[in-house]
Design a protein around this ligand. Sequence first.
Ligand SMILES: *Cc1c(COP(=O)(O)O)cnc(C)c1O
Length: 405
Amino acid sequence: MNAIGSATDRLALHGGPAVCPSGPPPWPPPDDEVLDALRAAWTDGTWGVYQGRHTAALEAAVRDLWAVEHVVLCGSGTYAVELAWRALRIGPGDEVLMAAYDFPGNFLSVHAVGALPVLVDVAADNWNLAIEQLDVAYSPAVRALLVSHLHGGLVAMRQVMDWARQRRVAVVEDAAQCPGAVVQGRPVGTWGDIGILSFGGSKLLTAGRGGAVITNRADAAQRARTHQLRGNVVCPLSELQAAVLLPQLRRLKERNRRRRANVARLLEALGGVPGLRPLAARDGDEPGFYKLGFHYEAEAFGLPREQFLAAVGAEGIALGAGFAAAHVGRSPRRYRRGSDLTEAERAHHGCVVLHHPVLLGEPPAVMQVAEAIRKVYRHRASLSSSLQGRLRQATSSASDRMTNG
Ligand SMILES: *Cc1c(COP(=O)(O)O)cnc(C)c1O
């Protein structure tokens, strides 16, 4: 079937009808249990207290679900990472290994405690930390390793822990993107010395903001708490935030299952689109999908990434660019280059991510994602020629400006 030229198949970017006219589903979604929790917090006054049963219940629920001994709730995932460094006594003179392609706040949290980030490349197949580069990046100043599981990819934690134990390096595992995920038979966030969670406004468990440190190490939990408690409580999670998180936690497993089933449907429907490859997951693991990540190859697809994203976005799909790599555009004085960073640079330019809300939808909504991408693919030639037209225009008006002085 070739519908190019028919009015109904015009790109939304060119004035045609969007594949998903209502746009991406809202987040957070309407949820009666959250509404009940809010009403209850209003009725019993817990919405306004310093400390109460909701934060206590949330701590207990997180302890149960992740099967860890200690939970320290706090104001954000970013702050939880910083608390982890403080709990491990990481500071000036210490080096911290981390992937060069990661959540940008993680790089800054290492600076926040005066330590130096050492950037390691990511694996070619899933753009998560390249374990085989750790040896190259190691130095005697390395005291910790930060491992993030990103965009539906998972890092093989058994191998990471083997390496880290040999080197006596502490491990912080960032599970902000995949609460409830399981890697090599164990919940993500529980492999290392400390795990961190995020309850930010766009995350799978959401309270607008919030985060947690999880650990089996009593000494680390104690230091994280002491740091939080100075003065009164620094950067706490509130009762109201805890109240809305509790019902979401109860439904996490079921929602993760639903997201995984929808991802499988979507990837099947996207099979064969040139230039778009999902970040690989290992068989037997249970990934989490805050974002579903893809390798995007502009040449193979036939469009620059920004153009591709703009066209798919206009069809009503929440597809965006991935993170900026930590070393790109940054002074080399602010980090040590631990390894060659070729793949991290590829990820910087070529990662695209689908935002998760659609993954809780019904199958037809999920199929619209594939439909929008295929539609843009069919029209790639007209898009790239209109892009070239605009580029010619921009160049000639720039030269006009130059001739006009
Ligand atoms: C969102 C995110 C964080 C930080 O969480 P906030 O609660 O937004 O501060 C940390 N790591 C990763 C990988 C994230 O995606």
